[in-house]
Write a protein that binds this ligand. Structure first.
Ligand SMILES: [Fe+2]
Ligand SMILES: [Fe+2]
Length: 235
């Protein structure tokens, strides 16, 4: 079953044929090679990074939703402020699928930490998704949006407005999330002398906000509250 929030985003794609293809891949994000089928972590629990951003359970879904939000805001600016044209279907489809094969590259180690799968030793998430989009007959414009989502660090930089929007929204969300996680980890270390393992975005935003409004005392209190919450959650 597709996450309801992701499902709602797919409904924004007007082109029925494209929408159907996007849903099919989101519902069955598997990759076949050498007669072997790889499936990886389920979308709902997967992180969207191992260390830099969204590196906690559910991070992948949060990343898609937030990137979609940001991408829609950029589309609004392009249309309403700059009077430019943008194919929103391509932007939304690109955002929904750009990291679809990240979960296939992640595994959970015995100690609960995240690691890389054997498949990830050979192919990165971007190569995997491009191969699969071509195999499934997605339109060239969409393949470009996805293949350019890493901007200048990827195999090709964005050559269309849609690809640029997807890249910028992805970059902005990764930075937003990563910076706040980093800041929260730093504040926690400074305040109590150790870090909390696997900080979620909600916890991280709370910690950073507490420093802004109540200073170091606020950080200590918030971290203690989070620790307590985690304990009762486990019990
Ligand atoms: Fe990516
Ligand atoms: Fe991404």
């Amino acid at each position: 079953m597709l996450n309801p929030k992701i499902k709602a985003l797919t409904q924004k794609i007007q082109d029925k044929k494209l929408r159907k293809k996007v849903i099919e891949l989101l519902e069955n994000p598997t990759f076949e090679i050498d007669g072997k089928k790889y499936s990886g972590l389920p979308l709902d629990v997967s992180p969207a990074g191992l260390s830099h951003h969204h590196c906690y359970p559910g991070g992948h879904i949060e990343h898609i939703i937030s990137t979609a939000n940001l991408a829609e805001a950029i589309c609004d600016s392009v249309e309403k402020v700059y009077h430019g044209k943008v194919n929103r279907d391509l932007v939304m489809a690109g955002v929904l699928l750009h990291d679809i094969f990240k979960p296939i590259t992640y595994t959970i180690n015995e100690n609960g930490s995240y690691g890389s799968t054997n498949l990830a030793e050979y192919l990165d998430h971007l190569s995997l998704v491009i191969a699969e989009l071509v195999r499934r007959g997605f339109p060239l414009e969409l393949v470009h949006v996805v293949s350019a989502h890493h901007g200048h660090y990827g195999p090709i930089s964005p050559h269309t407005i849609e690809a640029l929007i997807c890249h910028l929204a992805d970059l902005m969300d990764s930075r937003l999330n990563g910076e706040v996680l980093n800041a929260a980890a730093y504040l926690t270390r400074k305040a109590i002398g150790e870090e909390l393992p696997v900080l979620t975005s909600k916890e991280a935003f709370e910690i950073v906000h507490s420093k802004t409004v109540k200073g170091w005392e606020g950080v200590v209190k918030t971290v203690e509250k989070i620790k307590q919450k985690r304990k009762t959650h486990k019990a």
